[in-house]
Design a protein around this ligand. Structure first.
Ligand SMILES: *Cc1c(COP(=O)(O)O)cnc(C)c1O
Length: 366
């Protein structure tokens, strides 16, 4: 808890409006639109829900193709697979888990409808190149900005660049409300329909504004809204956005100071990527292989620190491997085997980060 979360929830209770699209949710929408240069914001029950709305808005049909990184969370792919899309997975960069944008063009066919950029740890892939491809081939750019609140590319906030973008406020993200998400709609053509899809395929949002005298089923949709309780909690968190950002930066820089000078051959730290301004969502190092990673995580755990591995590549997942011609994506597979996320959360102290860093160094004998 960062501040007024409980007071806000009490105020929501007193207002007598606990379902979606209440005053706190409208505050969340305004915050995202004003602070992050987003066209229109709609808060959802999850980041997953926001991605599913994007797939519906883009009218993804069975057999359409969608290009995205293999090294991502399952929801990035699931949202489009649910509409029958064929997923074309792209490898990571050699030195960073983000998608290697240079490998995307070779995958574009007449059936490609969208490219999904996932900003790993708030770090964008080469958006200049992806945008250029989307313009040249008339396809849509979706951002999975689940990690990316407040991070930038070329001076623009992530989530404001793609036609549609999904944020997440899951408990594990920088700003959270337990479960929650938000769809950013940056292309005007989608704004009206987004509100309909959000409200179960009805024009209920327009009705709530007094624009119609009833509401009916006018399109596909589902119940994508979050509850006003979640919005009340989130709204309080957003008041502390700068404080969270600055503290995470201090923690991240303490890791970087301690670990990057010794990294080189024994383990890798992730390099700064050009044109990216970080939000310090994840601090990760990459060990040589899975065996070493397991030993490092155990060593840290024996010293009282909890580090974790991250994504299993989706092209090798039990669900998708059969649909996917088993081509190897070596960089993504290396991050799957070796990547370790070190603890990074708002309640953590710089001194603890220094102790964790010393423990990592002692594991590697440096
Ligand atoms: C967390 C996350 C999501 C979805 O988030 P939920 O809010 O948990 O549904 C989607 N994509 C990525 C990359 C994530 O990390």
């Amino acid at each position: 808890m960062l501040g007024r979360e409980l007071e806000n929830i009490r105020a929501a209770l007193n207002s007598g409006h606990l379902s979606g699209n209440g005053l706190f949710m409208q505050k969340v929408h305004t915050f995202f639109e004003a602070e992050f240069g987003i066209g229109k914001a709609l808060m959802t029950h999850s980041g997953t829900g926001a991605l599913e709305m994007a797939a519906l808005l883009l009218n993804i049909q069975p057999g359409d193709e969608v290009i995205m990184p293999a090294y991502t969370f399952v929801s990035t792919a699931n949202a489009f697979a649910l509409r029958g899309a064929v997923i074309r997975f792209v490898d990571s960069c050699t030195d960073h888990p983000v998608m290697d944008a240079a490998k995307v063009e070779a995958l574009i066919t007449g059936k490609t409808k969208a490219i999904v950029a996932m900003h790993y740890g708030g770090v964008a892939p080469d958006m200049t190149l992806l945008l250029d491809l989307c313009i040249r081939y008339s396809i849509f750019l979706v951002e999975d900005a689940a990690h990316a609140i407040g991070a930038k590319y070329n001076g623009l906030y992530l989530g404001s660049i793609g036609h549609l973008s999904a944020f997440s406020f899951h408990e594990t993200k920088n700003i959270q409300c337990g479960e929650g998400g938000l769809l950013a709609i940056n292309d005007e053509r989608f704004m009206q329909r987004a509100e309909v899809i959000w409200e179960k395929g009805t024009n209920r949002a327009a009705f709530a504004r007094g624009e119609t005298d009833g509401y009916s089923w006018i399109d596909l949709g589902s119940s994508f809204l979050a509850s006003e309780i979640s919005a009340a909690w989130l709204s309080a968190q957003l008041e502390h956005f700068d404080e969270v950002r600055l503290h995470r930066k201090r923690l991240w820089e303490a890791y970087e100071r301690a670990l990057s000078p010794v990294a080189e051959s024994r383990f890798l730290t992730l390099p700064e990527r050009p044109r990216c301004e970080y939000n310090h969502h994840i601090y990760a190092i990459v060990s040589a292989n899975e065996q070493e990673r397991t030993a490092l995580i155990r060593y840290l755990s024996n010293h009282g620190f909890m580090a974790v591995s991250h994504y299993r590549c989706l092209h090798r997942s039990p669900y998708y491997q059969a649909f996917y011609e088993g081509k190897s994506l070596p960089n993504a597979e290396r991050f799957e085997a070796g990547l370790v996320r070190l603890p990074l959360f708002h309640g953590l102290q710089v001194e603890v980060v220094e102790a964790i860093s010393r423990t990592v160094k002692s594991f590697y004998g440096c």
